[in-house]
Design a protein around this ligand. Structure first.
Ligand code: BTX
Length: 249
């Protein structure tokens, strides 16, 4: 419940027991002229991922969206997705869960060769090329959720499963928002922080881009979020916005 949350967060928080989608609500707030707000829900009935995919959001998760109005060009907005991934990874590690980041927007837990999906991040924005009007960063964390209630094909996991006991959602969410607040105000530190938690670097990968697949060794990421791949024919820089998830090869 809202009382259980009682967050001491660096944002105004609007709490819902159940809502279709916190991202949709945050977009509506943006259209109404709200400045900075976090929309937080215990359950979503119409959660969405990228490309309008369904995001399962049963009661017990941490489903939230941060609305803010950064003074940056549109092209820099991908950095906020990375910032969210870093923030949630740090909060998960403080909760005892060894999470890592798979470029561009997956936070997962490895068990040997298997990767299990813990978090989904969906960033939406509006504005002019030279200046963002608003950004909504949606973060979905399988907190105290049974992975059996989530789609099998996503090989999901949750904080409670990894820990063997429920996580304190108030503390976890507070740490997540504190970290995100610090990173979004100092985006220069995001890329370096991201490298620390990356599971992607040094691996052979294949990325589907609109110009076709790019295959090679993932060697680095660049501000605001592009992946640098060393291919047989040279170095390719793949931007986060326009490609499908990368696959290990
Ligand atoms: P994505 O497109 O990368 O991943 C979507 C895919 O993930 C689905 O097709 C499904 O296979 C799988 N999936 C669905 N639900 C879960 C889950 N709970 N755990 C693991 N895998 C799952 C990722 O999209 C972005 C998701 C953002 C969700 C947040 S929650 C708060 C905010 N509100 C909202 O509607 N979306 C965001």
């Amino acid at each position: 419940s809202a009382v259980e949350y009682g967050l001491d967060a660096p944002f105004a928080v609007e709490y819902h027991d159940s809502i279709p989608s916190t991202n949709a609500r945050a977009r509506d707030l943006a259209a109404e002229g709200a400045s900075e707000t976090v929309v937080l829900a215990d359950e979503q009935t119409g959660g969405r991922g990228r490309l309008d995919r369904e995001w399962h959001s049963p009661s017990g998760g941490v489903w939230l969206s941060v609305l803010f109005r950064p003074d940056v060009p549109m092209a820099h907005a991908p950095v906020f997705t990375l910032a969210a991934a870093v923030a949630v990874t740090r909060a998960a590690r403080e909760a005892g869960v060894d999470a890592g980041i798979k470029w561009p927007n997956d936070v997962l837990v490895r068990h040997g060769d298997a990767e299990r999906k813990l978090v989904g991040i969906l960033t939406e924005m509006e504005g002019e090329a030279d200046r963002v009007s608003w950004v909504v960063v949606g973060i979905g964390v399988n907190a105290n959720v049974d992975p059996a209630d989530l789609p099998d094909e996503a090989t999901p996991t949750s904080l409670s499963t990894e820990r063997g006991e429920p996580v304190d959602r108030r503390l976890f969410t507070q740490r997540l928002l504190e970290e995100f607040d610090a990173l979004r105000q100092d985006t220069g530190q995001v890329v370096e922080a991201w490298r620390e938690y990356a599971t992607t670097l040094g691996k052979q990968v294949r990325v589907e881009t609109p110009e076709g697949p790019v295959e090679g060794e993932a060697v680095d990421i660049q501000f605001p979020g592009a992946l640098v791949v060393e291919t047989e024919s040279g170095t390719e820089v793949v931007s986060a916005g326009d490609c499908e998830h990368l696959r290990p090869v």
